[in-house]
Write a protein that binds this ligand. Structure first.
Ligand code: NAD
Length: 490
């Protein structure tokens, strides 16, 4: 592990810091702003408009008007698709600048934002651009002399609320299917990372999205976010974040009975059988947890290893982890940048303390790196027991728990012993074990001999308290449509 703090932060032009409403950049009505912070230096990057209920009201009216009276839902679907293709092209054109802006605001290494997140953003947008003119209903044989068919229509105004861990990618997962379906949008980005979402709104304006189709109101969750959830002109909420926030959103949206889709947290099991390719499995455990500073909803934070290969596996995993380079996220050689903010840093360090206090052995890492910025050593706990806090709670940081197992049946029971159900992985050469695991582990995504493989075509979402509904794939598109049945007497 090494730390680099030499200042190679590039000059980045910060332009968009206001609310984007009805095609215009406007300050918040209250005139209030909040600071967005560079987590690598703890310095203020910019002051951003602090939207609240009054700004959300303007945005909701603009989105409603664009939906009810504008051309957007009525537009030839191919033209909607063409605009999405153009936005993807525009993002590709500005890829280096956007990656740098993402790294500045979020702290993720430039190698990840430039070569991981941004290509996924562009691919997802193009995937849904191609779907815009393929949203079909069906004909339904019914009794009597009738012709019955269904139409898939856009749900209306979509309220979208996203977290800070993949700001551009989460924006894209929300915007692309909604726009392809013909919905209009009121988005509330995370208060920690508003800058790339705001830049994307400007790029959408430049490529010609009509006014009012995309609106972005930066601000805090309990004010701006709650106002989106409660607004009567908004039809649906698509939310990614913590399950506790989803519970509040469920209560707050009850009055207006909004359609809800939730992508929430996880405590995903990553299971290594003795017959697995242990080099690949160690790499899978390493990437599966440490990617994005451990701030992934699907992080493989519970690594179960079959007893007889525990020592060999752990040695390989520790070697990879010791070589992990933590430091300046703008250094192309950096593997791990800072956590997103002080609150996340404090939460992670408190779990490191709990792990030690509960009797697990910290075999790698476990400390802060440097004294400026929210850097945490990639950390491995061995000897973790199921009931320990580090094995039950979502830490959302670079802290990996190693547990052991002897018996497959017992391991599957333990893997399922969590109220989360977002993802799981198994490493084995035995096909029957792999398929049995895939069938019996209750999670929305199962990876076999791989981890963190994402594709715009593959649905993603949770079982249990990890959420409901799916993003990506055709299901992700359907979540922005209503089904209408038309019956014609013949
Ligand atoms: P969070 O729930 O605190 O915040 C997420 C968003 O909700 C932010 O924009 C926030 O401002 C807003 N918000 C907060 N309170 C609100 C309220 N009362 N009403 C409306 N909006 C409100 O979550 P976080 O800490 O920012 O993000 C981390 C969480 O997100 C983790 O639990 C992680 O697992 C989850 N996550 C899930 C996925 C997935 O696809 N399943 C992806 C990324 C992150």
């Amino acid at each position: 592990m090494s730390a680099t703090f030499s200042d190679t932060t590039p000059e980045i032009n910060i332009r968009e810091t206001d609310c984007f409403i009805n095609g215009n950049w406007v300050p918040s009505i209250s005139g209030k702003t909040f600071s967005t912070i560079n987590p690598a230096t703890e310095e203020v990057i910019a002051q951003v408009a602090e939207g609240d209920a009054a700004d959300v009201d303007l945005a909701a009216k603009a989105a409603r008007d664009a939906f009810d009276s504008g051309d957007w839902p009525k537009m030839d679907a191919r033209d909607r698709g063409r605009l999405l293709y153009q936005l993807a092209d525009r993002i590709e054109q500005d890829i280096d600048e956007l990656a740098a802006l993402e790294t500045l605001d979020n702290g993720k290494p430039i190698s990840e934002s430039r070569y991981g997140d941004l290509p996924l953003v562009i691919d997802c947008m193009r995937y849904y651009a191609g779907f815009a003119d393929k949203i079909q209903g069906s004909t339904v044989p019914i009794r009597g002399n009738y012709f019955c068919y269904t139409r898939r229509e856009p749900i209306g105004v979509a309220g979208q609320i996203i977290p800070w861990n993949f700001p551009m990618l989460m924006t894209t997962w929300k915007w692309s299917p909604a726009l392809a379906a013909g919905c209009t949008i009121v988005m509330k980005p995370a208060e920690q990372t508003p800058l790339t979402c705001l830049r994307m709104a400007q790029l959408a304006k430049e490529v010609g999205f009509p006014d009012g189709v995309i609106n972005v109101v930066p601000g805090y969750g309990p004010t701006a976010g709650a106002a989106v959830v409660k607004h009567p002109l908004i039809d649906k909420i698509a939310f990614t974040g913590e399950h506790r926030t989803a519970q509040i959103i469920t209560r707050d949206s009850a009055e207006t009975l909004k359609r809800l889709t939730f992508e929430l947290g996880g405590k995903s099991p990553n299971v290594i059988f003795a017959d697995a390719d242990l080099d690949a499995a160690a790499m899978g455990a390493y990437v599966g947890l440490f990617l994005n500073q451990g701030q992934c909803c699907c992080a493989g934070s519970r690594v179960f290893v079959e007893n007889r290969v525990h020592d060999e596996f752990l040695e390989k995993l520790q070697k990879l982890t010791r070589d992990r380079k933590v430091g300046n996220p703008f250094d192309p050689a950096t593997h791990q940048g800072p956590q997103v903010d002080q609150a996340q840093f404090d939460k992670i360090m408190s779990y490191v303390d709990k792990g030690r206090a509960e009797g697990a052995t910290c075999v790698t890492g476990g400390h802060r790196v440097g004294n400026k910025g929210y850097f945490v050593e990639p950390t491995i706990f061995d000897g973790v027991q199921d009931q320990m806090a580090i094995a039950t709670d979502e830490i959302f940081g670079p802290v990996l728990s190693v547990l052991t197992f002897e018996d497959k049946e017992d391991m599957i029971r333990r893997a399922n012993n969590t109220f989360y159900g977002l993802a799981a992985a198994v490493w084995t050469r035995d096909l029957s074990i792999a398929h049995d695991f895939a069938r019996r582990v209750r999670a929305g995504t199962i990876w076999v001999n791989c981890y963190d493989v994402f594709d715009a075509a593959a649905p993603f979402g949770g079982f249990k308290m990890s959420g409901y509904g799916r993003e990506l794939g055709e299901e992700g598109l359907r979540a922005y449509t209503e089904n209408k049945t038309v019956t014609v007497a013949l």
